[in-house]
Design a protein. Structure first.
Length: 621
């Protein structure tokens, strides 16, 4: 069949019209669906990001409160209502590096920092009152300022005697901590975040890096910058008060914006993220232009759809990378969750498995865990693995322990394992769910506090109190163990202080302490009782005969008398320092600390009365 030119032109024009109509209709439908998709996709990603922010911030505050808790243990048995004793107690600590300032307040609000400086009274501070009344941790809901006018947040931890709060340990952290956690830029920096307290006070906002926004009522601020009615802005306030999660769109003076809100589960705070609608429209316009260009080139080709999908994927990759950064930051806290299925005999992990397991693998047979990873527990702490398994077998509801674990970089770190046993309706144990967290910094800090309490400041040896306790424990733990107690006085030490000065005197004391550590081994106890008096407990093996014991003791005495004989001098004066030594042997001369010390002291007195610079082993005569 032949068609005329007019008919062919009509068919062509109709075909062109149909193609254009289908293209326009498809493009319109695409724009409508794309707008909905981008809006929903943006809100979903904001909510996921808020969840990661919440986890990171909560872990940071948990870490800070753990540090305060370890510090608070030091003050639990002290009377802190006495201002002078309060000052004496806090100045014996070194503070905590994670805090700008550490202070302790009694129930009257009298506050002293670790340098002994008196601070402003806290009795009218809400976070102090909350901590004092509730006996729980608290965080200030307002940004305060330190002496350098830098913005800070205050944290409070109760110090209890039984169930009664007798003091509050507080620490201040820099506002920059919040800035660091929320520094990740979302949607090319277009999305910003508020943290508000339950009364609407703005605690944090990262909208403008050069201008800090805090201690302003969010709802008043929103109302002043919104074109919509008060009812529209109040709807968000009602949702926040009722602890709801959601999003809403408001017309503000500078732009139309989407507000996404969720509870932060910290201090009744709320996190609110704001994204201008223009950002979504801009993304939509960019994608639409790409689609039109592709439709012109390959209007009926499947490649158009595939290429569009690829371009959409590229557009969303920025958001996914932002989420990956937050996930990496969250994993740096080095904490993982595990679930032990007792019937399946398998263990599933989630979180940072690298620092414990050395692999990204998440599921293992329980036997493999026992064979391959239990052996990484420090030999001195290995009994904890048996305690864990026994606890599960016996149906104990909860378990918690701290132990040293060798990482895959071959260093021991302290970790904390805690978990709960899940039982069936019939009472049969089904699963054990727990967590493993790196608490190395906290444990090392606690050990440092113990060292401060036990060691002499000048020499690093045990102080008198610690020495008495360790000798008593040693003598009571093994009644048949043989040992020898040495009491040493430095002869003429007073002349060193009087004629050569206290700096030389301190040098002589430290010199003597160093020599004592060379003469005696690590298993022996060495202490300074004050001034120029030292005390050593020589621990002897039960397998040694009396002849060997006598030889060892005389060898130690010979070394003491020889090494502790020293001349100290300046340009014109010389003072000779020697040692007088009294010795009592356990169990021959007593089996308690009091008996041994008294008899060794009697022997020392005899040496002093007979010209000094010598030794005497106690004898009843």
């Amino acid at each position: 069949m032949k068609y005329s030119k007019t008919t062919k032109l009509s068919i062509f024009l109709i075909s062109v019209g149909i193609i254009l109509s289908v293209t326009v209709a498809s493009l319109t439908l695409f724009k409508t669906q794309m707008s909905k998709l981008l809006r929903q996709y943006s809100i979903t990603n904001i909510m996921e990001t808020q969840s990661l922010y919440t986890d990171s911030l909560k872990q940071q505050f948990d870490y800070l409160f753990n540090m305060l808790e370890s510090q608070a243990r030091y003050f639990e048995k002290m009377d802190l209502n006495d201002d002078s004793q309060l000052k004496s107690a806090i100045t014996k600590t070194k503070g905590l590096n994670d805090f700008k300032k550490i202070a302790i307040s009694n129930i009257k609000g009298v506050t002293t920092n670790y340098t002994g400086q008196g601070l402003a009274n806290l009795r009218n501070k809400p976070f102090f009152i909350d901590c004092l009344v509730s006996g729980q941790n608290s965080i200030s809901n307002r940004i305060e300022f330190d002496e350098n006018l830098e913005p800070i947040l205050s944290l409070a931890f109760p110090i209890k005697e039984g169930e009664i709060v007798k003091a509050v340990l507080s620490g201040t952290i820099s506002y920059n901590m919040l800035k660091d956690i929320f520094k990740t830029q979302l949607f090319n920096g277009q999305c910003y975040t508020y943290i508000i307290a339950n009364d609407g006070n703005i605690v944090f906002c990262n909208k403008d890096k050069k201008k800090l926004l805090y201690n302003v009522n969010f709802y008043d601020y929103l109302l002043n910058n919104s074109i919509d009615s008060k009812e529209d802005t109040d709807s968000m306030k009602i949702a926040v008060i009722n602890h709801k999660t959601g999003s809403m769109e408001l017309e503000c003076k500078d732009a139309q914006k989407i507000f996404t809100y969720a509870p932060l589960n910290i201090n009744d705070w709320y996190i609110i993220s704001v994204l201008p609608v223009n950002y979504i429209k801009h993304q939509q316009s960019s994608i639409t232009r790409l689609v039109v260009a592709l439709l012109i080139v390959l209007i009926f080709s499947l490649l158009i759809f595939l290429f569009l999908t690829f371009m959409l994927y590229l557009r969303s990759s920025t958001i996914e990378k932002d989420n990956e950064r937050l996930i990496i930051a969250n994993n740096q806290s080095q904490s993982l969750i595990f679930e032990y299925d007792i019937f399946k005999k398998s263990v599933d992990f989630s979180g940072d498995t690298q620092f414990i397991l050395g692999t990204d693998k998440k599921t293992f047979p329980s036997e493999y865990i026992s064979n391959e990873y239990f052996k990484r527990v420090h030999p001195d702490d290995f009994s904890i693995t048996h305690e864990l398994l026994t606890s599960i077998r016996n149906g104990v509801k909860t378990f918690s322990a701290e132990f040293r674990y060798k990482t895959f970089s071959n260093e021991y770190i302290w970790v904390k394992m805690s978990g709960s046993l899940i039982k069936s309706d019939k009472g049969t144990a089904q699963k054990f769910i727990g967590s493993i967290t790196n608490v190395n910094a906290q444990m090392l800090h606690e050990q440092e506090l113990i060292s401060i309490a036990e060691n002499d400041n000048l020499t690093g040896l045990f102080n008198k109190t610690a020495m008495e306790q360790k000798i008593q424990e040693e003598l009571s733990s093994a009644s048949n163990t043989k040992s020898a107690l040495f009491i040493i006085d430095l002869d003429n030490f007073k002349q060193v202080n009087d004629q050569l000065g206290h700096l030389t005197g301190d040098m002589a004391i430290k010199d003597a302490a160093k020599k004592l550590t060379l003469i005696f081994s690590e298993k022996d106890y060495i202490g300074r009782f004050g001034g120029d008096e030292f005390c050593i407990l020589l621990r002897l093996s039960d397998s040694l005969d009396q002849k060997t014991i006598d030889r060892i003791i005389k060898g130690k005495i010979k070394s003491l008398v020889s090494l502790l004989s020293e001349d100290y001098f300046d340009d014109t004066i010389s003072v000779h320092v020697s040692a007088s030594v009294g010795i009592a042997i356990c169990p021959d001369h007593g089996s308690s600390y009091e008996e041994l010390f008294h008899n060794a002291d009697q022997a020392l007195y005899s040496v002093k009365q007979n010209g000094k610079d010598g030794y005497k082993i106690y004898s009843p005569e």
